[in-house]
Ligand binder design. Sequence first.
Ligand SMILES: NC(=O)c1ccc[n+]([C@@H]2O[C@H](COP(=O)([O-])OP(=O)(O)OC[C@H]3O[C@@H](n4cnc5c(N)ncnc54)[C@H](OP(=O)(O)O)[C@@H]3O)[C@@H](O)[C@H]2O)c1
Length: 270
Amino acid sequence: MKTYVITGATSGIGNSLIREFSVCNKVFAGYRNSEKLESLKSISENIIPFFIDMSEPETIKLAAEFIKNRTEKIDTLINAAGCVVAGPVENLDITALKHQFEINTFSHLQFTQGLISHLSGGKIINISSMSSFGIFPFISPYCASKRALDILFNSLMLENKSDIRVVSIKPGAIATPLWEKSVKENEKFLKGNKTYEKEMKFMAENALKNGIKGLDVQKVVDAVVKADKMKNPKPSYTVGLDAKMSEILSKLPQDLLNFLIKEGLKARVK
Ligand SMILES: NC(=O)c1ccc[n+]([C@@H]2O[C@H](COP(=O)([O-])OP(=O)(O)OC[C@H]3O[C@@H](n4cnc5c(N)ncnc54)[C@H](OP(=O)(O)O)[C@@H]3O)[C@@H](O)[C@H]2O)c1
């Protein structure tokens, strides 16, 4: 039996990952909403739920202590919790931008730091995103938070002396509740913006479409399982054609890339 720690265990990708790994392993599963605790426990008796709110540093510290008091070693830490902050940069609410980094970047680093002593020779698998390639306008807070996550954790891997492997999984659009939640949570930025009304409408419609037509979540689970099994995984894997295309596009010169994105947006936003 190996030991896994997975945040964001109550929905979407994280929830599918705990279902996969808890069949034969001990899984510490992070939740923030106590109403979801019973359904989390009912998945398997190999699941040990722990409370963590990624926006509350004190709960992150307590969560790491809770885990370290119950295991001597963690084989794989999977940082999956996340949310999306969207909107045009010129109107960005700075508090919302800080919140984005708090949930998608800083909290994962704080949690990982808290567990690092138990991760020697183990793996950290971050559920990053194709957004980390930084090519999507109007969701730049999300893109920047994922890019920062990737940069910080890649440095962690380069620097650490206890052979911890870090893998960034970069999915494209996956059919999970994230998209619907993001439209709801960003309504105040998406609605009532006269300058970018059409773009915001397009973004919301596209997000809702992704929530239904995105790839099956199992594709991400398969990529994580594969990377987890490998002795020498690559530092980064894309999941889905859209993610692969984003990676290729991101390698173009910035002026050419910007031209293509602007023209693409013009053609799609009516
Ligand atoms: N879906 C996609 O297309 C896609 C693509 C690329 C990358 N990703 C990334 O994959 C990860 C999982 O996303 P998902 O699609 O599975 O979304 P999801 O279904 O909305 O799941 C997000 C998970 O994170 C938890 N979470 C959110 N804010 C939190 C907070 N402040 N404290 C503690 N937990 C919190 C949620 O808890 P609740 O259940 O309480 O809300 C939920 O368990 C995210 O990092 C996301 O950026 C998703």
